[in-house]
Design a protein around this ligand. Structure first.
Ligand code: SF4
Length: 238
């Protein structure tokens, strides 16, 4: 008698061929495209009329909101409208005008010191190279990138502030945690002609939507491209 062999169905083991690559150039291009469309014509939120004012405002903005800085700078620039006037001002005079900004004493010293170097070594004008601008007290790479990029239109690097740090990591554009290393990663994957606007756009997105404590993912134009574990809402499986 013939026996029937019951064959167990073969398990088909599919090799996953679609492992997600967060740095896929097409994904990066899509992120850049969405950001540009979401924030067209975005500019630096610090009020300023020239490179000197932008430098001062950026020094003041360390660990302080742009809104607060924009409240104090009109009176400061009215009292001391040029680097020369600021260089000749006394520290107590500067401190008095910026005292509602955090760390106002050290910032007053930085502004006065920067004004003196600008007057004595750069003919009263903010220099246009990274090396020179970094010689001003209170000016680190972030401030230098803001001034060179936003005022002079010179893209030497990417501005990495607290928003750019947080969003770059949430969007998996970097795994680094220090601003310097994050900037290097971003410079590798973002086209140079997008460096300046990319950071403005990310800063706006960080303030308005991808906020630190509770990102508003349901309102986020980047949501479909985002796989962050910090998401508060998702339209797709992780
Ligand atoms: S989906 Fe959420 S976490 Fe991702 S970028 Fe948008 S707001 Fe941020």
């Amino acid at each position: 008698m013939a026996t029937t062999k019951t064959e167990s169905p073969k398990r088909v083991i599919k090799k996953s061929t679609n492992r997600r690559n967060p740095l896929d150039p097409k994904r990066i291009a899509a992120i850049l495209d969405i950001l540009a469309k979401t924030y067209p014509g975005v500019v630096c939120a610090l009020h300023h009329r020239n490179a000197w004012e932008l430098t001062v405002a950026t020094i003041l903005s360390a660990q302080c909101t742009d809104v607060r800085v924009n409240i104090v700078t009109p009176a400061l620039f009215k009292a001391f409208p040029t680097p020369k006037a600021m260089a000749e001002a006394s520290l107590p005079e500067i401190e008095e005008l910026i005292r509602t900004v955090g760390f106002f004493r050290s910032k007053a010293k930085s502004i006065q010191g920067a004004a003196r170097i600008v007057v004595n070594e750069f003919g009263g004008k903010i220099p246009q190279t990274m090396d020179e601008i970094l010689r001003l007290p209170g000016v680190a790479r972030k401030t230098a990138n803001v001034v060179l990029g936003s005022w002079y239109g010179i893209a030497v690097g990417v501005v990495v502030d607290t928003h750019v740090m947080r969003l770059s990591r949430r969007l998996e554009l970097t795994k680094q945690i220090t601003p310097q290393k994050i900037e290097l990663d971003l410079m590798k994957i973002i086209p140079e002609d997008r460096w300046i606007n990319f950071s403005h756009e990310l800063i706006h997105h960080g303030r308005q939507v991808c906020i630190a404590r509770k990102p508003r993912c349901i309102d986020c134009t980047l949501e479909k491209l985002c796989f962050s574990s910090e998401k508060t809402w998702t339209s797709h499986a992780h």
